[in-house]
Write a protein of this length. Structure first.
Length: 290
């Protein structure tokens, strides 16, 4: 059946996904994946494999499914596949942000933070995992053919709401840490007195984290807005909005970690006392300790 003769009321998207957009996204994410794998091997930043690389892989699967939907627009399997993978992907990218910021805290001085550096990834990743499970479960329930989408939509709204609240809570912690470091106001004066230098690497990393956070926050706000309008709402059926505020936002966030790679910019060698101060594993393992 030609796409020109398809009844859009039978298409779960409300539109037929564009083939050129799908190919462009696949090319972009494929290039990003190749570059990240090269940088990970070069700098031995293995923690980026289950985070950034997994996000890229899921995004590729999602856009393959959308390309499939272009050719089979009424088929529900690719629709549900892209729904799940494009929800799961960015959650892994958020995990990388939490880990990298913990590394920044470790380098600049844990005494300025309310949380131990390792707890940023533990606490915020746990919250994000819960929100993602709710999103995927809700999306699966809502997208089933002949199902009432209301219950699934509510679960997705709750999931994205938790994810947004987690990002905001993380942002508050990050802003407080930055303020306390800049003013030299420790949370607890009895903590380790170490204060690391605000090097170019840390400065660029903070900028990358900020841009990536803004991109992913924009994506979540878009998702919440689209869901609030219902599955048959105007925002949900606008492909351009999805391409800009979902796909492009994730690409921009990933590109930031290519431009400012943590393996190059956050090195323990830049702070000689780090090797004896903290027992945390070195994220940049290019020069293993002996």
């Amino acid at each position: 059946m030609s796409n020109t003769t398809v009844d859009l009321s039978q298409v779960p998207y409300g539109y037929i996904p564009g083939v050129y957009v799908a190919y462009s996204m696949l090319a972009a994410f494929g290039s990003i994946l190749a570059i990240h794998l090269f940088l990970i091997i070069r700098h031995r930043t293995w923690f980026l494999l289950p985070t950034v690389v997994m996000c890229t892989f899921l995004e590729l699967l999602g856009w393959v499914a959308r390309l499939w939907s272009h050719h089979k627009p009424t088929l529900y399997l690719p629709y549900m596949a892209q729904l799940a993978t494009l929800i799961l992907g960015p959650a892994h990218l958020l995990g990388a942000i939490y880990i990298i910021f913990g590394r920044v805290v470790e380098l600049l001085g844990p005494k300025y933070s309310r949380l131990n550096p390792t707890r940023y990834s533990l606490i915020f990743t746990a919250c994000d995992t819960l929100s993602t499970l709710l999103q995927v479960t809700g999306g699966t329930l809502a997208s089933r053919r002949n199902a009432n989408p209301d219950s699934g939509s509510r679960l997705m709204l709750i999931g994205f709401g938790i994810q947004l609240a987690t990002l905001l809570a993380f942002s508050v912690c990050a802003i407080e840490f930055s303020y306390r470091y800049s003013k030299d106001i420790p949370v607890n004066s009895s903590k380790d007195s170490y204060r690391g230098p605000f090097s170019k690497g840390v400065k660029f990393t903070n900028l990358a984290l900020t841009v990536a956070m803004l991109c992913l926050t924009t994506r979540i706000v878009y998702r919440l807005t689209a869901l609030a309008g219902g599955w048959n709402g105007k925002a949900m059926h606008q492909e351009m909005l999805f391409n800009i505020f979902d796909g492009a936002m994730v690409i921009q966030a990933m590109v930031m970690f290519i431009m400012v790679h943590p393996g190059k910019n956050l090195r323990s060698e830049d702070v000689p006392s780090m090797n004896t101060r903290l027992p945390l594993a070195d994220f940049n393992q290019k020069r293993d300790r002996v």
